[in-house]
Design a binder for this molecule. Structure first.
Ligand SMILES: CC(C)(COP(=O)(O)OP(=O)(O)OC[C@H]1O[C@@H](n2cnc3c(N)ncnc32)[C@H](O)[C@@H]1OP(=O)(O)O)[C@@H](O)C(=O)NCCC(=O)NCCS
Length: 387
């Protein structure tokens, strides 16, 4: 590969059979349709969940209309054809005892005709330049793509310093096995244990429904009101890693239809928010609906509330006839233990390697984060853009 400069590169394929000129540059407003076309092609459908709006509206919601309204986006093009995209936006994350201004990396994609030619690497260099001077203190991102994970391992990327896990409760074992096959050892294990877990959960849910507190009101909402800011103030000191959950952030993330169709429920008592849960049924595959617990957060020590919200979630997903339900947890967090009690089983995907947190300009707060116990860490599906 022959480099001229970051804005203008000449790339030769390894076998010298073809040479390609491409340009790497910041995104320009008006290019959204073409970017989404590339994402759609690169990911074999983008986004990977059903939407009530167009993917372009979803893209704008995410990159242009996020709570801080800030982004860095780089594209690679050949003549007028966009062949590469990398994008990130910004938000606050509480790490240790501080709120850090953070970059959240989102998609990166290169057209399949131009992969392994350094396009993503060059876009990565340019996005770093765009980020300069913005005061970013840390970064985080997640990827299940093994190329990216291996690349990050080679570069010594700092992965999340605690164990994350994905848990699943399978409701329709036959359909699950039909889709994923029974040959895979892991699937076999899940199929068997999944069957077992259905009985566990039915009993647990029945018992917990009976024991629910009547004075706690569980209700669906379509928008978070200002009480949620008081809730956040009461919660945040208990966590050494949590994405800032203000009214503005939560309404953007879960109550704007362009982000997706979420079912949001709060638990309240006497006008105070005790907790909330966010659920989503993904119907991208019409006859294979999957339920995800996107976010769960309660006041410190209110596991009774978490329990009621999880029971509500299982009921909701059962009514929605999902094939399976899944959730991300920090291993050993009290919610993780609760999910286990309701029959959710741990998948053996290396979720920890999916999630990286990069310190850039940090101080003692990072040490607090590293030495935190699971109950002080909050990482949820909703912190990513996978659902
Ligand atoms: C992941 C992706 C963006 C990489 O783009 P790319 O332009 O081919 O990447 P580069 O050529 O710059 O290579 C980056 C690194 O990945 C490695 N790599 C790229 N493709 C690889 C492959 N198929 N197998 C193994 N390693 C690979 C390269 O060797 C390089 O590592 P190195 O610098 O240590 O040698 C591209 O494969 C893609 O668009 N995939 C589909 C969309 C996706 O999954 N995006 C990521 C999740 S958000």
């Amino acid at each position: 590969m022959l480099k001229k400069n970051i804005m203008d590169l000449t790339v030769k394929m390894d076998d010298n059979s073809k040479s390609v000129d491409y340009h790497v540059r910041p995104y320009q407003p008006g290019e959204e349709e073409r970017l989404v076309e590339l994402l759609n092609f690169s990911f074999n459908g983008w986004p990977q969940f059903d939407l009530d709006c167009s993917p372009v509206e979803h893209w704008k919601w995410k990159f242009l209309e996020n709570p801080l309204g800030l982004h860095s986006i780089v594209v690679a093009e050949i003549d007028d054809k966009i062949i590469g995209f990398i994008g990130e936006f910004y938000q606050y994350v509480k790490v240790g005892d501080k709120l850090l201004y953070s970059r959240r990396s989102a998609e990166s994609a290169v057209h399949s005709d131009y992969r392994r030619m350094g396009v993503a690497t060059q876009m990565g260099i340019q996005i770093k330049e765009l980020r300069q001077g913005k005061g970013v203190q840390m970064g985080y991102s997640a990827s299940g793509n093994h190329i990216i994970i291996k690349y990050r391992e080679r570069r010594g990327t700092y992965f999340f310093p605690h164990v994350l896990c994905e848990k699943m409760l399978i409701r329709d074992v036959d359909k699950f096995l039909e889709r994923y096959g029974i040959k895979n050892k892991f699937i076999k294990k899940i199929g068997f244990l999944g069957l077992k877990s259905i009985n566990t959960i039915i009993n647990a849910v029945k018992t917990d429904k009976k024991n629910a507190h009547d004075d706690i009101k569980i209700k669906q909402i379509h928008e978070f009101d200002e009480n949620i800011d008081r809730f956040w103030e009461s919660v945040k000191d208990d966590y050494y890693f949590i994405i800032e959950r203000t009214q503005k952030y939560l309404n953007w993330r879960y109550c704007d239809k362009r982000g997706g169709d979420y079912y949001v429920v709060t638990a309240e008592e006497g006008g105070d928010v005790l907790g909330y849960i966010v659920l989503r049924v993904n119907r991208k595959l019409e006859d294979y609906p999957v339920g995800t617990i996107v976010d769960l957060l309660t006041l410190p020590g209110r596991l009774d509330v978490a329990r009621q919200l999880i029971v509500h979630a299982v009921d909701y997903f059962d009514e929605s006839k999902v094939i399976s339900m899944n959730v991300w947890t920090v291993k050993g967090h009290p919610y993780d233990v609760l999910y286990g009690g309701y029959g959710f089983l741990e998948l053996n995907r290396k979720v920890r390697k999916f999630f990286n947190t990069t310190p850039v300009d940090v101080g003692e707060e990072w040490g607090l984060f590293e030495s935190a116990v699971p109950g002080q860490l909050h990482v949820q599906y909703g912190d990513l853009d996978w659902i």
